[in-house]
Design a protein. Structure first.
Length: 318
């Protein structure tokens, strides 16, 4: 992804801000440093920076907002690892694996509280309202998905709603609050919100596809993690609509520990034929909606980088 030198510098400042003003309590510092030792992609923080890129917003506020977005995202990941009983995250051992579930839950809460302290410092009720609402929606999405594990009667519409709540919602909030901070007019705020929402949902569908590519070194999580947990995502949903033989095989392995041979067979079923085409078509629909809205921002200083971000979402391999 080609970003301007200024944007790269701002992302670096976000990383520095995340590690600033940290407590001296040993256990908190130890876990916190471990979490942020390896930088993630910061896609949501980047979206916030691009949306807030306006002469009307101060650099300090923009960095703080992007930091808030990254902290909120990280807190959800730590909590997710407890819920999913994951042993790795971003290619390294998860917090709950190295410490305990209790440490993970409380560390996630600590990071949430740090984010909300920074939110108050922004002194903008519109932003506070949007981010608190988004946080609530994300938790709702995770609970709905947890309750849906192994539910074969789940619908396409319900899966799309989960994708929006658990992933698209924070992308939407990152983009929308960035535009609010940049003092954009209401039409532009709505445009950025829509871009974030659609990019986020496309991001999640791509993530669901990557789960079946069996390259855990690239994506930083175990092979077929979602499938082995009994999690039905759109790629699997579409595959289950195909011929009875494929459906019966997939259902017989769903939510179970499976052999390497079966792993390859499952991946082959998901990543070939009509199910793959339908999944990609669905993802492309969200990409197209985002592109349509980005086209309305040709005079915005972040226009070119927004296009770069969109291209990255489509082609990412991890």
């Amino acid at each position: 992804m080609k970003l301007s030198k200024n944007t790269i510098k701002e992302l670096s400042l976000v990383s520095s801000q995340i590690k600033r003003e940290l407590t001296n309590i040993k256990i908190i510092k130890e876990i916190y440093d471990y979490i942020f030792k390896i930088d993630g992609k910061k896609t949501r923080a980047l979206l916030s920076l691009l949306a807030s890129n306006n002469k009307n917003s101060s650099k300090k506020s923009r960095i703080n907002l992007a930091t808030i977005i990254e902290l909120l995202h990280t807190a959800t990941l730590i909590h997710d690892d407890v819920v999913d009983d994951s042993y790795s995250r971003r290619g390294k051992k998860s917090v709950n694996y190295l410490w305990t579930n209790g440490h993970s839950v409380l560390m996630g809460d600590f990071i949430y509280s740090k984010a909300f302290k920074l939110m108050v410092d922004l002194n903008d009720n519109k932003i506070l309202k949007e981010l608190s609402s988004a946080t609530n929606d994300i938790a709702t999405g995770e609970l709905v998905q947890l309750d849906s594990f192994g539910q074969l009667k789940i619908t396409e519409a319900e899966l799309k709603k989960i994708n929006y709540l658990k992933t698209g919602r924070l992308f939407e909030a990152a983009s929308k609050t960035g535009a609010i901070l940049g003092a954009s007019n209401m039409n532009e705020v709505k445009t950025f919100a829509s871009i974030g929402k659609n990019i986020g949902i496309a991001f999640q569908i791509k993530d669901d596809l990557l789960d079946y590519e069996c390259n855990n070194k690239k994506i930083g999580k175990p092979k077929l993690k979602d499938f082995k947990e009994g999690k039905i995502t759109l790629p699997l949903f579409y595959a289950l609509q195909s011929n009875a033989g494929k459906r019966n095989f997939l259902l017989s392995k769903l939510g179970k520990k499976i052999s390497k041979k079966d792993e390859k067979e499952v991946s082959k079923y998901i990543l070939s034929g009509e199910s793959l085409l339908v999944t990609k078509k669905t993802m492309q629909g969200y990409i197209n909606l985002a592109a349509k809205n980005i086209a309305r921002l040709k005079t915005h200083p972040s226009y070119d980088e927004m296009l770069e971000l969109l291209e990255f979402i489509q082609g990412r391999e991890k």
